[in-house]
Design a binder for this molecule. Structure first.
Ligand SMILES: [Zn+2]
Length: 233
């Protein structure tokens, strides 16, 4: 990026105030990836920007770029995700995702596909879709993009189409390849795992209104988080 004024679109992942009264934001920008932006003195006295620098705020960020720093000039909020911010469970979940993005995305490395996936997930979270289910969609789509996701339609050992499945560490095996007594994933739940990933977000909202999920998303999401964790090493 060249020196001078620029207008960037993004979402705040992290925010903190320094002892000097500066606000520092880690913003996931479209086309630029995550970058630090500083607003010198913005946390002192008459506070600038109001709530526009809170985590999960989506908007246009007017910045001045010097050779080694991005300075915040103004923020135009497009989405404040009030429906998440006012509900502790949802806010906690969204912040878990934001922290994962902070941890695993490379700074200054564009990652628009993951940005879109994050946006989609916040949209669904705000529309009262069950949190664990949205998290599965978020993590699966993300790891799939990065070529890390386990196959959920074919056995990782023999390659046959999965009807029922069983986890073996972080991959899924068919019943024949995995005869031990692990926690089996029924045919119905396996179909659900695929459906949740594949549907458009509009169709998913309708689908979840009709269906009561029995899937153990806490366990499956843990598997995907482990896969991300191992990708660092
Ligand atoms: Zn098999």
């Amino acid at each position: 990026m060249r020196q001078g004024y620029c207008k960037l679109t993004g979402v705040v992942l992290r925010r903190y105030e320094t002892n000097e009264g500066d606000i520092r934001l880690y913003v996931f920008f479209r086309d630029c990836g995550p970058l630090w932006v500083v607003a010198p003195g913005a946390a002192r006295g008459r506070r600038r920007f109001g709530g526009a620098t809170e985590p999960l705020i989506w908007g246009y960020f007017g910045c001045y770029r010097s050779p080694n720093q991005l300075y915040l000039r103004e923020v135009e909020v497009k989405e404040d995700h009030w429906g998440i911010r006012t509900k502790p469970n949802k806010l906690e979940r969204a912040m878990i995702w934001a922290r994962l993005l902070v941890k695993y995305l490379l700074p200054a490395h564009p990652c628009n596909d993951v940005l879109v996936i994050f946006y989609d997930s916040l949209y669904l979270l705000e529309r009262d879709v069950e949190e664990g289910l949205v998290e599965w969609r978020f993590l699966y789509r993300w790891t799939k993009r990065w070529g890390l996701a386990p196959d959920i339609s074919r056995c990782a050992s023999c390659g046959k189409k999965l009807v029922k499945a069983c986890w073996d560490e972080d991959v899924l095996l068919c019943e024949r390849c995995h005869p031990k007594n692990g926690e089996a994933i029924s045919c119905e739940i396996l179909r659900e795992l695929i459906t949740v990933v594949m549907l458009s977000r509009k169709n998913l909202v309708e689908w979840t209104q009709k269906k009561k999920s029995k899937a153990n998303y806490a366990l499956y999401n843990e598997k995907l988080k482990n896969i991300l964790e191992r990708s660092l090493t």
